[in-house]
Design a protein around this ligand. Sequence first.
Ligand code: FES
Ligand code: FE2
Length: 437
Amino acid sequence: MNAPRFPSAGPDFRELVLADRVDRRLYLDPAIFELEMRHIFGRAWLYLAHESQIPREGDYVTAWMGRQPVIVLRHKDGTVQVLHNRCPHRGVMVITEERGNTGNTIRCGYHGWTFRTNGELLLAPLRDAYTGRYDMADHDCFGLARVPRVGSYRGFIFASLAPKDDPLPDLPGFLGGARRCIDLLADRAPDGEVDVSGGVHKYIVRGNWKAQIENLNDNYHAQFSHACTTDENERQFRRRYGDDTGAHMDTREQGSKWDAVDSVGLDWGVSYCGPLPFNHESRGGPLYEAHCAELRKHHSPGRVEQIMTDFFHNLIVYPSVVMQLASSHVRTIRPVAPDRTEIRVYPIRLKGAPEEINRQLVRYLNVTHSAGSLIQSDDVEMFRRVQAGLASEAQEWVWFNRYMADDATRRGGGTSELVMRNQYRSGYLRYMEGVRA
Ligand code: FES
Ligand code: FE2
């Protein structure tokens, strides 16, 4: 009889995640998925919503932190509250809509317990029943539980389930170099604020959450996975206003342009890649000029040029969100099961920009990242095929070993797999340290 590969206590995650490869079980095993929900999604700063979605008192959106439902809402003092979406009485989910306005109270539908928008219990009907025995003002027992850490950067709201004494840094520290990317994105709005309230594309992918997050700074795949989106000259369609044309996919010249794209790994699995080949080509036209003219009302000409020059393509704030500059959007990644992931794509509109620009941003996003789009549908098909192929037990490892030498500087070319290795080493393993599968 063959000896079991792992002792019965289960392997340390360092045996499943090596420097250049990871075990296939990471994409398949329900027990590993549960551990990821607890140790990664139960601790990391997760993107939940943008402040423009909840401008007025009582506005809310509902969201998930791993398996756990939460409410993000605007309290009467203007603060953003993130509360567990669970009635302290018998556990009912108190808000079931995705967004709306709850007024100045939240009422549970089951027995009518009513809460203030900061989670405090306002009244439990027929509360005489508790008099003298229970302190109904005891928030820990009878209020809507608060998520321990909430932060906002340029209106992007993040929260973490890590207790206050956890060594996880505060939000600015966690974002680190990602802040520069978010600043650039927000500064494209002449008013200095973006609007993320313009609707959402939402779909379930038949793949593991890591397949999506590994794809976002992967410039090795584009010329192959997306080959069907190009014309006979290997040119892609135009992706946004002001561009002359779209990317040249370059399938015959083995990666030359795609390798020229920068990729940068930061702490906690965060990363970004530099502008794509098509971003380097000249932009212009009346709309582009009108956008620059609006920006010049607020910034010097030099700063306007800086703002309009792409610095990055995709920013990944591991493990929950990507922000894209060219097809301007926020994309959230919510694991549902080992082989199910919910993707939501929210257009980012630029406040103060000519309205036609915002209309076109939404239109291009429909073309590139909706469920029936030309780009993202190629990717989600690959995530499905990853899941299907990994059912094979013939080989154990999934490889991320292109350009291993890049790891010394945490910078590489576009087709390097350094970003995925960085996700595993500075993100995944850091969260999973000491955990046994
Ligand atoms: Fe909410 Fe009873 S479960 S009031
Ligand atoms: Fe892709």
